[in-house]
Design a protein around this ligand. Sequence first.
Ligand SMILES: Cc1cc2nc3c(=O)[nH]c(=O)nc-3n(C[C@H](O)[C@H](O)[C@H](O)COP(=O)(O)O)c2cc1C
Length: 97
Amino acid sequence: MAKVLIVYATRTGETQNIADLVAEGVRFSGHEAEVVNIKKVKNEAALDGYDGYVFGSATYHGEMLQGMKTFSVSGRKSRSGRKGRGFIRCVWVERRS
Ligand SMILES: Cc1cc2nc3c(=O)[nH]c(=O)nc-3n(C[C@H](O)[C@H](O)[C@H](O)COP(=O)(O)O)c2cc1C
């Protein structure tokens, strides 16, 4: 059984909901999942002990939130070799004729 860490960045909570759904999917597949706000990930050591990672951020003005942006750049080298996936929370509007 793998242990997966799902890290999210949110302003109003929607991305946390998605992170929770991702965790549900991981658990449904028979694995362990932990969901954590990027604000609680203080350094690379917080990533130790997991077999895989999912990072997700809300998008504002075409950018992911600052906490996730900073994290994605800092420590990139030391993260090489870790297994990770990402998602971006987007919205779109469709007009039906
Ligand atoms: C001021 C503002 C700017 C936004 N910019 C974008 C954007 O550039 N791209 C996008 O897909 N969604 C954009 N959104 C929509 C948010 O990403 C969306 O509401 C998202 O669910 C918010 O996630 P959160 O609740 O995790 O913060 C914007 C929303 C606001 C209020």
